[in-house]
Design a protein around this ligand. Sequence first.
Ligand SMILES: N[C@@H](CCC(=O)N[C@@H](CS)C(=O)NCC(=O)O)C(=O)O
Length: 280
Amino acid sequence: MATSLLALRHGVRASMSRHRLAFAGVKMLSTSPALGELKLHMYDHCMFCSRARLVLGWLGVPYMPVTYGYGQGADPLKCAGTGYDPTGGPVKLTGKKSLPVLEGGAVPVQNGMKGMPESGEICSFVVALSRSDRKIAPATGRSDVAEWFARCRSVGSQLHRPRIIHMPLPDFADPRDVAYSKYSHTKSGFDYEASLAKSPQLLKEINDILQELEPMLRGETNERTPCLNAWGFSMDDVMILSYMRNLTCVRAIVWPTKVRDYVEKTCAQAGMSTYWQHAC
Ligand SMILES: N[C@@H](CCC(=O)N[C@@H](CS)C(=O)NCC(=O)O)C(=O)O
């Protein structure tokens, strides 16, 4: 178990070729033969993909990450000229431009798809079939967490969206990926210039919001990593951490010590990098 996690932590990071090597290295150490050999098709910055990665990584389930440029699969004719390869990338997997998709092994597939879409289904499937000694408790529906998370995302998205496109990720490696991302958020009403101009105010708000999280972290995992519930790691943690990781691209955020520990240690334990070293 510990060896498998270590292999993931060291391996599942940078390039596709390294990912392939890491996968080759960890598959013999699998603690979850019931799941078989898995590929997770994902965007690095996508919180839905991060939900699946946190669950797979935290349980020590080996998988090969397959990343895509964010503009691939979007039809320029329908996206104001942005996007490219409208039938390629994620579209080839399920007919839709949407990730994550889990492929391989024992993954059940429907309607001619190549894998399972929907992060919630992927998490449920992996937790149910994993033979790891580690456990992820179900979501509690804690109302304080739900209310906090809504505010965190509302303020945080105005800070992370203009910055995440500058992270050195496969998602945004091509200028067409950035152009599509900007088009897509602008179309939904997001204003990049206005959000950047409001940064000082937004930073004050997010710093206060992160302070509020400290007393809500009521427990610790066996590795002494903070978590939301007294009995250990749960889907409550997966849901908020998958988004909070994106906030690590915002350099000027002041992270309370325990909250930073929470994000840093859990991501490391799940073999996921954060964006702190590239934050802008
Ligand atoms: N309900 C889906 C949502 C997945 C989703 O929205 N994925 C985004 C990634 S951030 C996506 O693929 N978006 C493609 C696009 O907007 O072009 C899930 O939970 O898996």
